[in-house]
Design a binder for this molecule. Structure first.
Ligand code: 3HC
Length: 311
């Protein structure tokens, strides 16, 4: 790639132009998008597992219907995102192989167990809340197919977050045992949710380049701060205590100060040492193997239709 080509491409970025699949693009731009969109898709698909664990145990038909709808939505988000990644020349098989072999990442948050029903409310409220913070700016990503996929995803995420928060509100107005269950879930999920935004800006490998290419619009720390500032008052309204003694409003900064994030834990989980990493990949491998006959049948059916059309 010549300097002129890269400079011309950067001018398109600076002019806020959208890049479409057939446009000429730097190999690094394409590779960064394949990495991020592929891992985003993996996160959606693996993210179905922790919540799916509670569909058969939802406490009412209403809660079951909402949870079923949310888990199905996440599957759809995964399909949109795999399709967006495929426009960059990577195949579904390649991306799946990278997930199952551990070569590709997915969001560390999904390697924690869902131990109680309150976890389902906390996940909707906090995990989807964090995802919304991160995905709204992605609606303005410079790569057209990714930005367009995000618009539909964000609409559905809002429902995910609202139903989760309403579930938490119900528990917060329930028995002492229900309140304790909710507090226990917050204690287990708060810090892993802060880790969803990625390493501190100074330790972020890709942020500078992703910001220049208008893939990332805000830094990891900026989005994390926005999430904390929006979420703490919501938790206080529920009568919850955040598991961070250093969480305190800083008038001068106009935001909350918080305690240190345990990056040892973050990297241990990202590298496969979380409580549920093995279970998640085993479940995904089982689904991929057991679904082979569906893929084969669909391909044979498509072949027959093509042959009939040509006959
Ligand atoms: N879990 C796992 N890996 C993470 C991570 C996390 N929470 N945060 C960062 N990483 C990885 C990055 O992927 C990168 O590794 P790689 O080079 O092997 O890909 C490394 O840590 C360094 O981090 P960077 O900040 O340099 O990486 P990025 O610039 O890619 O920023 C990101 C990380 C903000 C997660 C960005 O990739 C992103 O915005 N991704 C798209 C959104 C996404 O994937 N969200 C995850 C959750 S999806 C979800 O929650 C679904 C909802 O419906 C519940």
């Amino acid at each position: 790639e010549t300097e002129d080509f890269l400079a011309a491409f950067q001018r398109r970025m600076d002019a806020e132009e959208k890049i479409e699949p057939n446009d000429a693009m730097p190999e690094g731009y394409r590779r960064t998008l394949v990495r991020q969109i592929g891992q985003h898709a993996h996160s959606e698909i693996v993210g179905m597992l922790p919540e799916g664990n509670w569909i058969t145990r939802a406490p009412s038909l209403k809660r079951k219907a909402a949870l079923l709808a949310k888990v199905q939505d996440e599957g759809g988000h995964g399909l949109y995102l795999y399709s967006a990644a495929e426009t960059l020349g990577v195949t579904r098989e390649q991306m799946t192989e990278e997930l199952l072999s551990g070569k590709a990442k997915y969001s560390s948050i999904f390697n924690y167990p869902t131990l109680s029903w309150a976890d389902i409310g906390i996940i909707g409220w906090l995990v989807d809340g964090a995802a919304i913070m991160n995905q709204i700016p992605l609606c303005r990503c410079s790569y057209g197919p990714y930005a367009r996929a995000m618009i539909r995803v964000c609409r559905e995420e809002s429902f995910h977050q609202r139903q989760g928060y309403e579930l938490c509100l119900t528990l917060s107005r329930g028995t002492e045992a229900q309140k304790a269950m909710l507090q226990d879930a917050l204690d287990r999920w708060w810090w892993p949710c802060l880790m969803m935004f990625g390493p501190h800006d100074g330790d972020s490998l890709h942020s500078d380049q992703s910001m220049a290419w208008k893939i990332k619009r805000f830094s990891n720390d900026d989005l994390r701060q926005k999430f904390i500032d929006a979420t703490v008052p919501q938790g206080e309204y529920l009568g919850l205590t955040f598991p961070d003694p250093e969480l305190k409003w800083n008038e001068e900064k106009g935001g909350y100060d918080h305690g240190p994030i345990d990056w040892e834990e973050f990297w241990r989980v990202v590298k496969g040492g979380g409580q549920m990493n093995r279970d998640r990949i085993t479940a995904r491998k089982k689904a991929w193997d057991e679904g082979a006959w569906v893929r084969e049948a669909a391909l044979v059916h498509a072949e027959k239709r093509r042959a009939r059309q040509l006959a």
